[in-house]
Ligand binder design. Structure first.
Ligand code: HEC
Ligand code: HEC
Ligand code: HEC
Ligand code: HEC
Ligand code: HEC
Ligand code: HEC
Length: 444
């Protein structure tokens, strides 16, 4: 308590600096918080149309989505804002039976028919005019607006992120406020104590001569010895740890030229690994699929569903990735044809064993029947592909020691199995007992 007097001026300056810093951070975070709040308010403008866009969306998805998209040409033209092109009475007739309208010689109908390579649109006599009103109301919703599901929270990513930001900022602001109050209180207490000391004429004691801890330590030889041994051990441990991880790239997850999500493909859409990595069954390498394989599906999938978007990755982001694929294969989605201008996609290789190691996929996938996930982890959950296993020699050997070879139904093994199981006196054989530890099997 008495020493306080010595530090007073330094303490005062420190408090002042801290308080200043906190005030600044508080005002700047308050500004951050204010902007998204305004954004959220501005985004919520409802569409003013006759029909019900929510029912319209259901009808659209059930009847029209096979050939129409809102914003892009598919088999039929993009339908957003189509109400401004035609009278409603014309649209009723068109949807009920477009061929009849074309045959009747209606100029607008003939024109749109010819513009779309004379593809005949299905007739929908079963849809009432009210149904069509609803569909048209849905096609008239403005583009940026997030899907409005009655009562449900806004699913658009922009809304979600700005709301997250808002709550974070509020929490931050509150914390800053509490800190500020604490600082102010400390400052006041310090002041009061100083005044009390002065009023009571308490002398500030002179500094006592300190015994240097360092000198005391150097004098004690036993302590020095123990410390040196301790430091050497820690050092050796750290160096060993460092050397062991040289060349081990577990968890390596590079940014790929196209953000390709295994979670969306192999997880959500349950596409089999071997559909794309077909070589894994029959050859040494699993291989990366050619872009033609992608186009088997992506001729028709030019954008992702609203529900695919996450707070981290927006629909716009995913759509841009698919556009990158189109640019690479030279696909023009408006004319639905190849332009002939291609450019390669340079995927970054993730798994890479040293050249002196021989690893064969078909041996493990087809013969041993090991699931991809045993070595590559839960790939169907990866938004970004990464290296799951360490790929060290210890990792290979460990599994060869633990895993039994699948003998049933494999004639190749029948005779070897008889001999070896006698030799080892066991019924089952591990890969190691089959020779999976011989250096030459894995090393050239
Ligand atoms: C089998 C595919 C197919 C289905 C299903 C389909 N359409 Fe069409 N639609 C077309 C094609 C193709 C055109 C272009 C005109 C043509 O070639 O007949 C078109 C044109 C239109 C047009 C004129 C667009 C313009 O910009 O001129 C409207 C409106 C329309 N469709 C509404 C609908 C509605 C509403 C539904 C669902 C109830 C629907 N379509 C279902 C294929 C389809
Ligand atoms: C629709 C095609 C497709 C499907 C299905 C698919 N992949 Fe892939 N895979 C790719 C593409 C493209 C890459 C390269 C880009 C990347 O690394 O993300 C890749 C990369 C990989 C890699 C990393 C390759 C490297 O560079 O070392 C592994 C491992 C992998 N996939 C395993 C799997 C597994 C396991 C499954 C099944 C659960 C699977 N994949 C399903 C297309 C596919
Ligand atoms: C068997 C069908 C199929 C194949 C093959 C396929 N995709 Fe997809 N792809 C889809 C589906 C389905 C979606 C998700 C659509 C949605 O969510 O609405 C998708 C979404 C995407 C997306 C956006 C989401 C993301 O992953 O970033 C990209 C980019 C993409 N695919 C690229 C590719 C590439 C590159 C290939 C070839 C290596 C490929 N796809 C092969 C069906 C396929
Ligand atoms: C026994 C473990 C193991 C299993 C099972 C396995 N992999 Fe691999 N995978 C590896 C190793 C090790 C590498 C690195 C190979 C190299 O660098 O030569 C690799 C590399 C890859 C690669 C990168 C490039 C290439 O062509 O080799 C892909 C893609 C891949 N695996 C996909 C798969 C798929 C799909 C399956 C399931 C059908 C699968 N793997 C099963 C261990 C395994
Ligand atoms: C998940 C367990 C597992 C992992 C990990 C694994 N293997 Fe294997 N491996 C097996 C099994 C099981 C067999 C026996 C296949 C058979 O012949 O039936 C095998 C067989 C082999 C063979 C053939 C052995 C022989 O007797 O002909 C080679 C070579 C091999 N593995 C190399 C590797 C290398 C290199 C790695 C590491 C990069 C590795 N393996 C990782 C399970 C594994
Ligand atoms: C099951 C497969 C397998 C067998 C059997 C095997 N190795 Fe390896 N070995 C590997 C792999 C995989 C690596 C690469 C490890 C890495 O990159 O970290 C490796 C690396 C090495 C290295 C380089 C040092 C290092 O750790 O990177 C040496 C030396 C080596 N092995 C010697 C041997 C000898 C000697 C034998 C026989 C007693 C043997 N290996 C048996 C798979 C095997």
């Amino acid at each position: 308590m008495k020493k306080m007097g010595n530090h007073n001026s330094i303490l005062k300056k420190l408090y002042f600096c801290l308080a200043l810093m906190l005030v600044f951070s508080a005002t700047s975070s308050a500004q951050d918080a204010a902007i998204p709040a305004a954004d959220v308010a501005a985004a919520a403008t409802p569409a003013a149309t006759g029909g019900d866009p929510v029912k319209g969306k259901e009808l659209f998805n059930a009847n029209c989505a096979a050939c129409h998209k809102l914003d892009a040409k598919s088999t039929g033209p993009a339908l957003r804002g189509v109400a401004s092109k035609y009278e409603m009475s014309w649209i009723y007739k068109w949807v009920h039976n477009s061929s009849e309208l074309i045959k009747s010689g209606d100029a607008a109908a003939v024109k749109v028919f010819e513009e779309n390579n004379k593809v005949v649109m299905t007739a929908f006599p079963q849809l009432s005019e009210g149904d069509i009103d609803n569909i048209i109301a849905y096609t008239s919703t403005p583009k940026e607006e997030a899907p409005v599901v009655a009562g449900a929270p806004v699913t658009g990513t922009e809304g979600a992120t700005s709301q997250d930001g808002l709550s974070n900022n509020v929490v931050l602001g509150a914390l800053v406020l509490v800190m500020l109050m604490l600082v102010a209180m400390l400052f006041l207490v310090n002041n009061v104590l100083r005044k009390v000391a002065k009023a009571n004429n308490i002398e500030v004691a002179p500094k006592e001569p300190k015994i240097s801890i360092w000198k005391a330590f150097v004098k004690n030889q036993f302590l020095v010895l123990v410390s040196v041994i301790f430091l050497l051990l820690v050092g050796a441990y750290l160096v060993y740890g460092f050397l062991m991880q040289v060349g081990v790239d577990q968890e390596y997850a590079p940014i790929q030229p196209i953000h390709y999500s295994h979670k969306i493909h192999a997880g959500d859409n349950e596409i089999n690994c071997k559909y794309c990595h077909s070589a894994a069954r029959v050859s040494k390498n699993a291989g990366i699929p050619s872009l033609n394989v992608c186009m088997n599906c992506h001729k028709n999938i030019s954008e992702v569903a609203e529900s695919t978007a996450t707070p981290e990755y927006s629909k716009a982001f995913y759509d841009e990735q698919i556009q990158k694929l189109y640019t690479a294969v030279g696909w023009d989605k408006t004319t639905q044809s190849y332009t002939g201008k291609t450019q390669p996609v340079k995927w970054v290789r993730i798994h890479n064993l040293p050249d002196f190691v021989y690893f064969n996929h078909s041996q493990h996938v087809t013969v041993a029947g090991i699931e991809c996930q045993t070595c590559h982890g839960p790939v169907e959950e990866y938004e970004i592909q990464k290296q799951f296993a360490p790929l060290t020699m210890g990792w290979c050997i460990d599994c060869h020691r633990k895993t039994d070879v699948k003998m049933e139904g494999n004639e190749y093994y029948t005779k070897i199995h008889e001999q070896l199981s006698k030799k080892y006196g066991v019924d089952k054989l591990t890969a190691a007992q089959m020779g999976g530890l011989e250096c030459g099997k894995c090393h050239y």
